[in-house]
Design a protein around this ligand. Structure first.
Ligand code: RB5
Length: 145
């Protein structure tokens, strides 16, 4: 499994913690970090477009986006067909984003949650399967199918 991750300055510290965590997971072959690479002010759409485009084109199966609140990243990423970027705040929403929404991008707010919780959410995002069934039909309805 390969994963792509990115953040703006509001999510920079949490992105660094997540990337280090991901690099320690044996089942992940490659972690692609598209930045930002420092705390200087940056524009979240630049990063969200890179991650969402890569997931929409199936170059990466899963992605993680982090900004200050997670809201800006969500707004941009969900403009891409086939991307289901889910802004999660706790273990429950991280789990349900996979089980019910088949999330392919986990979005978090670096100014909202701390690293301890975030890393557990990442683990849940990576390991929880989609429930399918009635939820499959609902996923298809997102694109009007
Ligand atoms: C940056 O100040 C902040 O606006 C950004 O990280 C994000 O929270 C936007 O939604």
């Amino acid at each position: 499994m390969d994963i792509i991750i990115g953040a703006d300055h509001g999510g920079f510290d949490l992105k660094e913690a997540c990337r280090t965590h991901l690099e320690g997971i044996a089942s992940i072959e490659a972690v692609r970090d598209v930045g930002v690479f420092g705390p200087a002010s940056s524009n979240y759409p630049d990063i969200a477009h890179q991650v969402a485009r890569a997931v929409a084109q199936a170059r990466y199966g899963q992605g993680i986006l982090i900004c200050g609140t997670g809201i800006g990243m969500s707004l941009v990423a969900n403009r891409y067909k086939g991307v289901r970027a889910c802004l999660c705040h706790n273990l429950f929403t991280a789990r349900l984003s996979r089980q019910h929404n088949d999330a392919n991008i986990l979005v978090m707010g670096g100014r909202v949650i701390g690293p301890g919780l975030a890393l557990e959410m990442v683990d849940i995002f990576l390991t929880t399967p989609f429930d399918g069934g009635r939820h499959e039909q609902r996923i298809n309805q997102i694109d009007g199918r």
